[in-house]
Ligand binder design. Structure first.
Ligand code: CP3
Length: 341
C-alpha cells in the first residue's frame, strides 16, 4: 500500500523532505490515559501485548492523539528471550523479571533459536492488523533489542544497577557468551524479517545497555552482532539506537544501517562529524526537557532543531518518553518540530 506520509522513510534514506519527521521512543504507553484504559481492561502488559487487536489499538493511539509521523508496534524487546525458551514476567513496580536465567554454559541446552514468526505469531498478527487500520497514514516501525541488551536481561534476570553478572560473563566465559549472542542474533534476524514480511516499514534496534561496556567489549560483544543484523536485513531501512555508546560513534558510521539514534548526552555537531554525512541522525532532546512549561519545551525543541539544521534528521527524544510526562507537552514538542523552518 502507498503511504500518505512517508517522511520518516525518506528522511531515513537521505531523500529530500518538506520538513523533519518526528516520533517518540516509547510513545505507545503509559503517558496516554487512553493507553491506561486499555491496559486496565486486561490482566497486564503481557496479555495486552499478546492480544493483537488491543496491541494494534494502542499502537495507533499516538498517531491519532499526538499526531506523530510514525507508529511503533506495541510489544517489548523481551519477547525474544521468551521465544528462545526463557519466559518473562512484567511486574508492576519492578519492571521485567525472568524466573529463570542463564547462569552456566549448560543452560544453553534449554534454549533454542527462535523462528520469530510462529513463536511470535501474535506480534505478526498485531502488525498485520495495525497496517490495515493505519491505511497508509504513517509508516509502521518494527523493532528488537540488540543482542547484547537481550543477553544482559537473560543473564541478570531483570534490570540492574551494575549489570555485573552479565559483564562478568564476558570475562569468565567469553566463548559461551559468543554462543549465546549468536543464538540471540539469529533469532532476532528471523524475528525482524518476520515483522517486515508482516508489514513493518522500517526497523529499529535498541541497545539500551550499550553504555555499560568498555569500548573493546562493546566492539567484540555488541557491535559485531548488530552489524550481522544490519547486513542480514536488506528489505527496509534500519535504525540503530545504542544508549550511552558515545565512544563507538565512529565505528557505528560503518554499520550497514541508514540511521543512528543519538541519546541526549551526545553532542549533535560532534556526532555529525564523527559519523559523517552519509547517515541520518535520530534524536535527541533530553526526555526531562518535557517537564518544563510549554514555552520551555518549545525553546528546547527549537534549540535542538537549530543544531541539526541542514543535515539528515529524524526528530525524537534522546531516550524513551518518561511515563509521568504530560501528553500536552509531548504535543508541544511534536508541533514545534512540525512548524520549524
Ligand atoms: O516504543 C513504544 O511505544 C513501543 C513499545 C515498546 C515497549 N517496550 C513497551 C513497554 C518498546 C519499543 C519497548 C522497548 C524496550 N523494552 C526497551 C528498549 C528501549 C529503552 O527504553 O531503552 C527496553 C530496555 C525494554 C524492557 C522493559 N520493558 C522495561 C525495562 C520495562 C519496565 C520499565 C518501563 O519502561 O516501563 C518494560 C515495560 C514496558 N514495555 C511497558 C511498555 C508500554 C510498561 C508496561 C506497562 O504498561 O505496565
Amino acid at each position: 500500500m502507498q503511504l500518505k506520509n512517508d517522511l520518516l522513510l525518506r528522511a531515513a534514506k537521505g531523500e529530500p523532505v518538506e520538513r523533519t519527521p518526528v516520533w517518540l521512543m516509547r510513545q505507545a504507553g503509559r503517558i496516554l490515559p487512553e493507553y491506561r484504559a486499555v491496559r486496565e481492561s486486561v490482566s497486564g502488559f503481557i496479555e495486552l501485548a499478546q492480544t493483537p487487536e488491543l496491541a494494534a489499538e494502542v499502537t495507533i493511539q499516538p498517531v491519532d492523539i499526538l499526531d506523530v509521523d510514525a507508529a511503533i508496534i506495541f510489544s517489548d524487546i523481551l519477547v525474544i528471550p521468551e521465544a528462545m525458551g526463557l519466559p518473562y514476567e512484567m511486574q508492576e513496580k519492578r519492571g521485567p523479571w525472568f524466573p529463570e536465567t542463564v547462569k552456566t554454559p549448560a543452560d544453553l541446552k534449554k534454549l533454542r533459536i527462535a523462528d520469530g514468526v510462529d513463536d511470535l505469531h501474535y506480534v505478526m498478527e498485531a502488525i498485520r492488523i495495525t497496517k490495515k487500520a493505519l491505511d497508509g497514514r504513517v509508516p509502521l516501525i518494527g523493532f528488537a533489542g540488540a543482542p547484547w541488551t537481550i543477553f544482559a536481561y537473560m543473564v541478570e534476570g531483570s534490570g540492574s544497577k551494575t549489570f555485573s553478572k552479565s559483564r562478568a560473563m564476558l570475562y569468565t566465559e567469553p566463548e559461551f557468551s559468543h554462543q549465546l549472542l549468536q543464538m540471540i542474533t539469529d533469532s532476532t534476524i528471523n524475528y525482524l524479517k518476520g515483522q517486515i514480511q508482516a508489514g513493518a516499514d522500517l526497523v529499529q534496534i535498541f541497545d539500551s545497555w550499550a553504555g555499560i561496556l568498555p569500548p573493546d567489549h562493546y566492539r567484540e560483544f555488541s557491535l559485531r552482532y548488530i552489524s550481522q543484523i544490519c547486513e542480514a536485513i536488506t528489505e527496509v531501512p534500519k535504525t540503530v539506537f545504542a544508549k550511552g555508546a558515545f565512544f563507538a560513534r565512529k565505528e557505528m558510521a560503518a554499520l550497514a544501517c541508514e540511521t543512528i539514534g543519538l541519546d541526549w548526552n551526545m553532542g549533535i555537531a560532534e556526532s555529525r562529524e564523527m559519523i559523517g554525512p552519509n547517515k541520518t541522525l535520530q534524536g535527541n532532546l533530553d526526555p526531562a526537557a518535557l517537564y518544563g512549561d510549554a514555552r520551555q519545551v518549545e525553546a528546547a525543541t527549537r534549540a535542538m532543531m537549530d543544531q541539526f539544521r541542514g543535515s539528515r534528521h529524524i526528530a525524537n527524544l534522546g531516550h524513551g518518553v518518561y511515563p509521568d510526562i504530560d501528553p500536552e507537552k509531548v504535543k508541544v514538542f511534536i508541533q514545534t518540530v512540525k512548524e520549524y523552518r
